[in-house]
Design a protein. Structure first.
Length: 257
């Protein structure tokens, strides 16, 4: 049997085709959660809007910080990073080192920031400006389609939500325009729905993560196992490695029946 490699599973070949036509008895899905999340607000398609993934990958791995690069990164003069996690701090500090005035825009207070305390401390130390209890509602573009500003509202904290953190509530009449020329969205990532949407019988949860047993990685489709960020959402390498070992055991038992 000739097995074609370097193909996009879910597009060039589906899980069903691998099992029914290529003869695989079991399949493990470890496709990760690399799809950046956006807010879904007007103007997010404007030029000068990046996901933190793209911004950091291009800067750190593709040397786009070098102006002689084939694809140099945009050097904004005033940059807004939307989000409050460790990746948001990385993106903000990178933009700062590229010469920008940088604002972290986060809808909750400092106590609710998900970034590590030391990351926040270092960001402040370097001169990052924190616009807390602030939430974007629209990205404004100029006549050429480039970011020229970001409409925001002020927030206040209400009762705790399902996450245990106090829920941010909009303060009526608090709308204002933040003048920026670059916006970096750092709102986390989710699994790409390509595989789940093309695999019959493969159940996903409301976060588009594949539903799988914790002990052995078995999914709702017989012979298909999954683990890592595709199941848990963005997490750690250690957890993904553990899930891989658990699924290997599960697959071994399944094939031994």
């Amino acid at each position: 049997m000739k097995i074609e490699t370097n193909v996009v599973v879910g597009k060039s070949v589906t899980i069903d085709e691998l099992m029914e036509e290529e003869g695989f008895d079991a399949v493990f899905i470890g496709s990760g959660a690399g799809l950046p999340k956006f807010m879904g607000i007007p103007g997010e398609q404007a030029l000068g809007v990046f996901s933190a993934n793209e911004y950091l990958t291009r800067s750190n791995l593709m040397k786009a910080f070098d102006e002689t690069s084939n694809t140099p990164i945009m050097r904004g003069k005033k940059v807004a990073v939307v989000g409050g996690g460790n990746v948001a701090m990385d993106a903000a500090r990178t933009a700062l080192r590229l010469g920008a005035e940088v604002h972290i825009v986060y809808r909750r207070s400092e106590e609710e920031l998900p970034a590590r305390v030391e990351e926040v401390h270092h960001a402040k130390e370097e001169g990052i400006i924190f616009d807390l209890l602030t939430n974007p509602t629209e990205i404004v573009a100029d006549e050429n389609g480039w970011v020229s500003g970001m409409k925001c509202v002020r927030m206040e904290l209400g009762e705790p939500d399902a996450s245990g953190r106090r829920r941010p509530v909009v303060i009526e009449g608090s709308e204002f325009l933040m003048e920026v020329d670059t916006v970096i969205m750092s709102l986390g990532t989710s699994p790409n729905p390509l595989i789940s949407s093309t695999t019959k019988g493969l159940e996903v949860n409301k976060h588009k993560c594949i539903v799988a047993e914790e002990d052995f990685g078995a999914t709702t489709k017989e012979g298909v196992y999954a683990g890592g960020d595709a199941v848990t959402g963005a997490a750690t390498v250690i957890l993904a490695m553990g899930a891989g070992k658990a699924a290997a055991k599960g697959i071994d038992e399944y094939l031994s029946k």
